[in-house]
Design a protein around this ligand. Structure first.
Ligand code: UN1
Length: 498
């Protein structure tokens, strides 16, 4: 198991300085594979949030006035630092969250990719130029920062989801208060250190650890915060939305998923199987984009399921720092309890447990939160087939044809990612059109979105926004419409004769 590394104590980061954590109320993060303490953090108070917002406000005017390409240079410096620290921070992610080390590196790489992409935006941040109905008049739009924004992030992508928000917010000229998930606070603190070293001016990025109930609520309720970008669970998301709505803030939500992979009878089954194992059990199923349902055409059902179970039983579960491990622990005791609760539910509602279904026992597992990769055969409509589990539990559903596959895929409350495996181009494109999801993959798994494209979903997955890609700029700017009349006389739109 992971060698023991001394735990780290970190304070809050406000106005460009780390506060002294001594004397503050604290919480710790732990390694979900070993139970050892990874870091010790301050439980921030409403006053701390107030100070962080004040610092972000104080920094706002100068940051807005900094040319965007200059802001981009700081992002490029941050990306270079992250490249240098990639292995060390990847190991922190793995130690704190439990994803296997290759995925820990992927998490940091996704951060680097997005920061570099946003650095380039410093030389774009495009507006529009549009013809006027009058003579000697220019009409155009420019983008301006919103002001102080709050970034509230989950534990499953401890560095990249924060960076999707922070890098986009700061290239657009906003200043930020960042509240990370408590489970992965050290990984988040490492990201703050990177921006600090990159030369981000004091107050542009502030970091307040602590609970959602105290820190999150104080942030979302404060009238000085103009926008909130939140990734997390549906229930919390709904609360954030309602609270934000009271202050008429822009609230961006990225919530759950119940992502299907459809496998049609003509699919390349080897490819579909490789994709499914990665999509369902990568990150121990703890991605918003994880494949939690495989929808199989009845003609290939038995063969595919048989091969799937063989592969699932052969997965190597264990120390996520060991390069040969396929799946690590789930991220916390709460996750373990939730996942095992769903196994119980599955059995109670008559699902057939085909693989896994229990906590793993033995000396390699006893101090951690290891759940066996689990496969259930279920009927569509059961709770397992419809609720987000966020763990290594895959539901298998049989369908008679393509039309029913699409109907089942769509008959859930979420719509983040989706996938179809087929060799039939017409049905692939029909699925692209018909699947109710923000993301559809053809002959590829439901996970693994690239940063230069918009990310987000429909239905209960969010409230209509997208992040990353070009959408990142929409998320964090106000559009100002500008009319420049150089005719030297009063011209009246809609009234003057044409
Ligand atoms: C998430 O789980 O919220 O597409 C983000 C993917 C990753 C991001 C997932 N690039 O699976």
């Amino acid at each position: 198991m992971a060698s023991s590394v001394p735990s780290v104590a970190k304070g809050l980061f406000i106005g460009g300085r780390w506060t002294d954590p001594t004397g503050a109320t604290k919480f710790t993060t732990i390694n979900p594979a070993t139970g050892e303490t990874v870091g010790e953090f301050v439980s921030g108070t409403a006053e701390d949030v107030g100070a962080a917002i004040a610092s972000a406000r104080a920094a706002a005017a100068a940051w807005k006035d900094t040319p965007a390409p200059k802001r981009g240079e700081i992002l490029l410096a941050a990306a270079a630092i992250l490249r240098r620290r990639k292995e060390e921070i990847a190991r922190t992610v793995t130690r704190e969250m439990g994803k296997v080390i290759a995925e820990g590196r992927g998490d940091v790489q996704e951060s680097i990719d997005f920061i570099e992409f946003m650095a380039g935006e410093g030389r774009r941040l495009y507006g529009e130029t549009v013809p006027s109905e009058l003579r000697a008049k220019f009409c155009l739009t420019i983008r301006q920062p919103k002001g102080v924004v709050a970034c509230i992030t989950p534990w499953n992508f401890p560095t990249s989801i924060p960076n999707w928000k922070i890098a986009a917010a700061i290239i657009c000229g906003n200043t930020v208060v960042f509240k990370p998930a408590s489970t992965t606070a050290l990984s988040a603190a490492r990201i703050v250190e990177v921006y600090e070293e990159a030369g981000l001016p004091p107050g542009v990025l502030n970091f307040v650890t602590g609970s959602g109930g105290v820190v999150g609520n104080a942030l979302v309720s404060d009238p000085r915060v103009r926008a909130v970008s939140f990734t997390g669970g549906v229930e919390t998301g709904r609360e954030v939305y309602v609270r934000g709505a009271k202050g008429l803030k822009m609230v961006h939500l990225e919530l759950g998923g119940k992502n299907p992979q459809i496998v049609l009878e003509d699919a390349n089954l080897d490819l579909a199987l490789d994709g499914l194992l990665f999509g369902a059990f990568g990150t121990a199923g703890q991605r918003c984009t994880a494949t939690s349902r495989v929808i199989l055409h009845e003609r290939i059902y038995d063969e595919f399921l048989g091969r799937l179970l063989e592969r699932v039983r052969a997965l190597k579960v264990g120390d996520p720092l060991d390069e040969s491990t396929d799946m690590g622990p789930v991220a916390s005791r709460d996750q373990e309890t939730k996942v095992l609760g769903y196994v119980k539910t599955g059995l109670e509602e008559g699902g057939r447990l085909a693989a896994g279904g229990s906590k793993l026992a033995g000396p390699r597992y006893d101090r951690g939160f290891f759940v066996a990769p689990t496969v259930f055969e279920v009927v569509h409509g059961s709770r397992l087939s419809k609720e987000e589990i966020f763990g290594p539990v895959l539901s298998v559903v049989k369908v008679p044809d393509f039309a029913e596959a699409i109907r089942v895929a769509n008959d859930v409350d979420y719509g983040l990612s989706s996938s179809i495996y087929t060799r039939d181009i017409s049905r692939a494109l029909q699925a692209v059109d018909a699947l109710e999801a923000g993301i559809t993959y053809v002959n590829a798994p439901t996970i693994g979105a690239e940063v230069q494209l918009p990310f987000g979903g429909v239905k209960n997955t969010g409230n209509g926004g997208r992040e990353a890609g070009s959408a990142a700029i929409e998320e964090f700017t106000e559009v100002k419409t500008v009319f420049i009349d150089y005719s030297g006389r009063l011209q009246k739109a809609q009234i003057d004769p044409r």
